[in-house]
Write a protein of this length. Structure first.
Length: 213
């Protein structure tokens, strides 16, 4: 993975996303750094919650998201909706990574069958062995979902999006989004079983049903 080389924005005042996009499309070198500084943490957090991967993997995938954006700036058709565009690219990178990982497992290219160390969400007690084990089990369960089901589940319950927002982000119909979420919830519920702690981790106290908008 190539590292991004960014040039400092000569103007320190805050700028709107649309202005940053137009500057990027005009070839202004500083615009890429300004965009990275504003949006990379959100993308990194989304990928970390979605994959539970080691931090260096999340960093690589975050750079992949922005490399796709910076090398094809003309593909940004609505500069004012740039935040949504960035997260749509992140979703596509996530789907690519999940499909790659599934293929790697099928053809036995993984180094081992062990569950990797996972990036711990903020506020999670790293010192509790039971908590770490529960977190690993959560990601094992998510690994059993199909790529689109996992993306839908993550967007719905970890990113707390509405069904309509999930459909928009995944570029599918609302009915398809509902179907993917329902399928994921069914599989997760079956595997979690009667473990109330894991149910609380996945769904939380503020969970909204698949029919919410």
């Amino acid at each position: 993975m190539h590292s991004l080389k960014l040039i400092t924005n000569p103007s320190p005042e805050p700028r709107e996303d649309a202005e940053l996009v137009l500057a990027l499309q005009a070839g202004e070198a500083w615009a890429a750094e300004a965009i990275w500084n504003r949006h990379s943490d959100r993308v990194s957090g989304f990928l970390s919650r979605s994959l539970g991967r080691p931090l260096h993997d999340v960093e690589d995938l975050t750079q992949e998201v922005f490399l796709r954006i910076f090398t094809r700036p003309r593909s940004i058709e609505k500069p004012a909706a740039f935040r949504q565009f960035v997260m749509s690219v992140a979703v596509n990178v996530l789907k690519w990574e999940l499909r790659y990982r599934w293929i790697r497992r099928k053809v036995r290219l993984s180094a081992s069958g062990d569950v990797p160390e996972v990036a711990t969400p903020p506020g999670f007690d790293e010192e509790t062995g039971e908590a770490r084990q529960a977190l690993k089990l959560c990601y094992q369960i998510l690994d059993g979902l199909r790529a689109r089901e996992r993306v839908a589940f993550v967007l719905r319950y970890m990113e707390e999006m509405t069904v309509g927002e999930v459909a928009e982000r995944m570029e599918v119909s609302k009915s398809t989004a509902k179907r993917l979420i329902a399928a994921a919830v069914g599989k997760v519920s079956e595997r979690v079983g009667r473990n109330s702690d894991l149910k609380g981790y996945f769904l939380g106290t503020g969970t909204r049903g698949v029919h919410d908008t």
